[in-house]
Design a protein around this ligand. Structure first.
Ligand SMILES: [Zn+2]
Length: 165
């Protein structure tokens, strides 16, 4: 049974809706569903296209590169497996694909932990809106992995913003 932080990951072989996302991650690929009718990408995967309701799709490979659109610092672990991680950053990543499509405020945005290269939580002082990130993969076992993000060396497009208290 695959697991993440001592929690069982239940993704039956018959699950064609979500399992392929984690199988691709296990192969080192970040993917999103692409509508078979209007061709727009979507995340989360979902059964139908949120733009045209089509049930037709395929899985498209993504670059895995993006920008921190928003973030929060988790200070209390709901799951016991995260107790040794707090405080840790959770990020909303705006991927480079499909920014501003199909409307100006739309984009492919993925929620993930922000981690270091060795898959430990990134320090709060390093997290800022606008910083560039790239996908990394947390192995779950049985060939599956969980996409996470790590800071990249790419320069930000604008001065990053960070909460100051
Ligand atoms: Zn569509």
């Amino acid at each position: 049974m695959p697991e993440y932080k001592a929690m069982n990951v239940v993704l039956p072989e018959a699950d064609t809706e979500l399992r392929p996302y984690f199988v691709a991650a296990g192969e080192g690929r970040l993917v999103a569903k692409r509508c078979g009718d209007c061709s727009l990408l979507r995340y989360p995967p979902g059964v139908a296209c949120p733009w045209c309701s089509s049930l037709s799709f395929d899985w498209a490979d993504l670059s895995g590169e993006g920008t921190i659109y928003s973030y929060e610092i988790i200070t209390q672990a709901i799951q016991p497996g995260f107790r040794d991680w707090v405080p840790y950053p959770l990020v909303l990543v705006e991927l480079d694909e499909q920014r501003g499509v199909p409307a100006a405020d739309e984009a492919l945005r993925v929620i993930a932990n922000l981690v270091t290269a060795d898959l430990r939580p990134e320090a709060e002082r390093n997290v800022a809106i606008g910083r560039r990130v790239r996908v990394v993969f947390q192995p779950l076992g049985d060939g599956l992995a969980l996409p996470q993000f790590a800071l990249s060396d790419q320069p930000p497009a604008a001065e990053p913003w960070q909460y100051q208290d």
